[in-house]
Design a protein around this ligand. Structure first.
Ligand SMILES: Nc1ncnc2c1ncn2[C@@H]1O[C@H](COP(=O)(O)OP(=O)(O)O)[C@@H](O)[C@H]1O
Ligand SMILES: [Mg+2]
Length: 252
């Protein structure tokens, strides 16, 4: 599905690069507090000057990442940006603009546009929006997402779904862990096939290669390409959960 600007209520295509610049370049990043439910030092911040009241963002400094046994410390913020950049080329799912910010009160980190979301999450709308959830589920397979909780699916005031928290992605070992198993056994939706093919070409020959190489290790980029090719295989089906570990805890 090629990105269709007219059908994008969030105006994502036109606004994304301008928002990226603001997130990376507005001179002052003022931390307002820690975000509830974060597993790292994840801050709500206000970027200024940006009339009338600043630009709200989520700031995840490398230094605030909690150590994990399987992911290199200080690499999660780059995975967040890599996931966003990949989503732009695929055209889905909607991830709020996310950039590397070199300067901030706690040093280098990811800065993501804050979405003014209501209290709903995936489990509240699981049986509706099938096409959207299929995109999210496929993205999680492609990025090998080890942490898709229900609360990582946000609904903005225009009822548009945004997905967040992509720090635990792109590992070279299989780590898919998600609440969205609704498509297990199903084929790749035909309308998403061209997007996956385009992403592969962009990684082979386009600008995405350089971007990803700046964010991930070479082996991680190679495995990403392998997973992209994998879902294009006619025999590919959405995976089944393999154990209790396949579902994150807490699920929301
Ligand atoms: N871009 C965003 N817009 C709105 N809320 C966000 C955004 N990013 C994170 N949050 C909120 O902050 C919480 C913690 O963020 P999360 O990405 O899970 O951090 P961590 O990487 O520390 O686990 C989320 O559950 C969500 O409520
Ligand atoms: Mg989290």
């Amino acid at each position: 599905m090629a990105r269709d600007r007219s059908s994008d209520p969030a105006g994502r295509t036109e606004d994304a690069s301008g928002t990226e610049r603001l997130l990376a370049e507005l001179p002052d990043l003022n931390v307002l507090g820690l975000l509830h439910g974060s597993s790292n030092y994840t801050f709500l911040a206000r970027l200024e000057p940006h009339p009338p009241a600043g630009l709200l963002a989520v700031y995840k400094p490398a230094r605030g990442e909690s150590p994990l046994w399987d992911f290199e410390i200080g690499s999660l913020y780059r995975r967040e940006v890599a996931a966003y950049e990949l989503s732009k080329v695929l055209g889905w799912p909607r991830i709020p603009p996310t950039v590397v910010r070199r300067q901030g009160p706690h040093g280098v980190g990811a800065v993501q546009l804050f979405i003014d979301a209501d209290r709903r999450h995936f489990l509240d709308e699981q049986s509706a929006r099938r096409a959207t959830w299929a995109q999210v589920a496929l993205f999680d397979v492609i990025t090998n997402n080890a942490d898709r909780k229900s609360g990582h699916c946000l609904f903005d005031p225009k009822d548009v779904v945004w997905v967040i928290d992509h720090g635990l992605t792109f590992h070279v070992d299989p780590k898919l862990r998600t609440v969205i198993w609704d498509f297990s056994g199903e084929r790749l939706p035909q309308e998403l096939c061209g997007d996956v093919e385009r992403a592969l070409v962009e990684i082979d020959k386009g600008a995405l290669r350089k971007t990803l190489e700046g964010m991930l290790r070479p082996a991680e980029v190679r495995m990403l390409k392998r997973r992209l090719r994998g879902v294009l295989d006619p025999s590919w089906r959405f995976p089944e959960p393999t154990s209790a570990w396949s579902i994150p805890w807490p699920p929301v």
